[in-house]
Design a binder for this molecule. Sequence first.
Ligand code: HEM
Length: 182
Amino acid sequence: MNNIIFDFIGGKTGDWKVLKTTTLIGDSLPNVTHIDKMQSSFINRFEGTWSLKGVISSLRYTEKEENEKLKAKQPDLGRKKATYAAFIPIKKNEAWWNLAQDERRKIMENQSKHIQHGMKYLPAIARQLFHSRDIDEPFDFLTWFEFAPEDEPAFNELLGIMRQSEEWKYVEREIDIRMVRM
Ligand code: HEM
């Protein structure tokens, strides 16, 4: 799946119906009622309000042992019971990008425990990270999560922890869009 470009299209139609949009920091996006997630090469005609592109890329910070634990625990997207989804585009600031890779890993994991905390919410939450920074997009990351309606409180709890973390001090734009599968 590496290097395949995906489009997240916000508009009036799509597989996912928007329930709520919250702009946490930075500029918002125009409101839409539906979102479609598809491989860019499959799009023949763009009819949406906006489109955000991202690629599934290689890991930057995850260490071997963490990766093995993740692989054992993380579910695939598209589970029947996971009828809720969250699409959260994120942009980090210049201070973050000016750090060296090892400094960023320290903030993300030693100080913020992103992976350690996140792991506790698997397999309830299925996730996929898309990278956008290197393809000249408005956000650095597009994050996508799927879960059953009864696991929404747990997902919100995890987000609460993350948004209090050192890592999130570097977030300058974040929009949280919640959806239900049509
Ligand atoms: C559900 C449990 C979660 C797990 C297991 C998890 C795990 C991970 C891992 C392993 C990485 C590092 C990828 C790499 O090595 O490059 C990562 C990156 C990231 N995650 Fe999570 N995560 C979770 C939830 C979240 C949530 C709720 C958010 C909030 C939107 C989030 C946002 C991000 C972002 C933006 C990155 C990229 C960070 C960067 O490269 O600077 N994650 N996550």
